[in-house]
Design a protein around this ligand. Sequence first.
Ligand SMILES: Cc1cc2nc3c(=O)[nH]c(=O)nc-3n(C[C@H](O)[C@H](O)[C@H](O)COP(=O)(O)O)c2cc1C
Length: 367
Amino acid sequence: MNFVLDVPQPDPRAEAIPLPAVAVKPVSIGSLVIDPPIFQAPMAGFSNYVYRQVVRDFGGVGLYATEMVSATGFAYQVGGLKECVARLWGVKDEPRPLAVQMWDNDPEALAWACHKLAFEYLVSVVDLNFGCPVRKVSEKAESGSYLLRFPARVGQIVARVVKACAPVPVTAKIRLGCTRDTLTATDVAKAVEDAGAAALTVHGRVASDFFGGRADWNRIAEVKAVLKRIPLIGNGDINSSGAAVAAFQKYGVDGVMIGRAALGRPWLFRQAAQALRGEPVMPEPAPAEQAELLLRHQRLVVGRFGEERGNILMRKYACCYALGRPGAREFRGLASRCGSSVEFEHIVREHFPKDAQCSARHAAGSH
Ligand SMILES: Cc1cc2nc3c(=O)[nH]c(=O)nc-3n(C[C@H](O)[C@H](O)[C@H](O)COP(=O)(O)O)c2cc1C
C-alpha cells in the first residue's frame, strides 16, 4: 500500500514572492507571546512527539501542537485502566510552548480533561477542535466540524473550558462551515471570541471539502473583519516560505499554521520564519542530508514504537519526505512495503531521490 497524502506542493513556475516591507509582529495568545507567529498544525497520526522533535531541531515554529485527543477517551484512560493517552506521549516533558488539542461535544467532559491538561500536564495552550470532518468524529460523535452548525453551542463549550482552564489560554480551530451552502465561520468566530477564547485558527475549507480543492483565503480574511480582540491564524495550503509571507501581506492574518507541506519538509517552518524576518531563506538540505534526517526520524520512531509498529508508522513519513521529487514513486513503492530497520536503511540509502534540482525550487515556491 502506498501512503500518499494529498500534500500541497509548491508551483515550480511561480515567481518568488517579494518579502514584506514591514516585519511581521509576534502574536499574543493570552499572556503568551508566540514568536514567530507560525503554528505547527495538529495532525492526527502525524504530529506526535517525534515529529515535533524533528521540527524543533530546525526551529521556526512559534507554537507546537499535538494530535487531537478525545476528551472522553482521555477521561476513560487517565481515570481508568490505562495510565496515559498515547497521543499525549512526551507532552509532560517536552519544551514549551506547546498546545494540546482536544475534541468532544460535552462541555463537562472537555472542562475536566482540559483542566487536567492545564494544571497537571502544564500545557501552554488548550486548543479545541471544531473542524474535524472525519465521520467518526463529526457525524458519529457530533463533534469537530459537526458543531459548526451550532455557533451558540460552540460558544457554550468554549466558555466552559475557558472557565476550567483560566489563566491558561484556550483557543479554537474551525473550518469555514460544514458545506459551501452553510458558511458559518463568522458566526462561530464571534461566539468563540465572546466566550473568552484567546485565539482562533481558520482552515479555509468546509468540512465537505475534506482536503479537496483550494483553501479559500478570502473567506479567512472575512473572519478577521469580525474579530475585535483575538488574533486570527490562517491555515490551508501554505507550501513555501513565500506563501507564508503572502498570507500575512494579502489576507491580514496575525499568524499562519502549516500542516501537510511540512510533514516531509520539516525545515519549512524555519524557512518561513526567515522569510517573515526579511532574512535570506536557507536552501533545502541536500538530498543526502534529507536521507539522513529521514533515518534519524525513523530511529526515533522505532525507539518509541518498536521494530514492527515503528517501521509501519514510518512508511507514511517516508512517502512524505520523497513527495514531489524525481524518483519518488519508486522510493514510495519500496518504503510502503518495508518492515524492518535494516531494510528501511537500505531503501533510504539506495533509493531516496537524489535529484536536488527539484528540491531547490521548494525554497522559492508560492502559495
Ligand atoms: C492526516 C491529517 C490529520 C489531521 N489531523 C488534525 C487534527 O488532529 N486536528 C486538527 O485540528 N486538524 C487536523 N488536520 C487538519 C490540519 O491541521 C490542517 O488544518 C489542514 O491539513 C490544512 O492545512 P495544510 O494545508 O497546511 O495541511 C489533519 C490533517 C491531515 C491531513
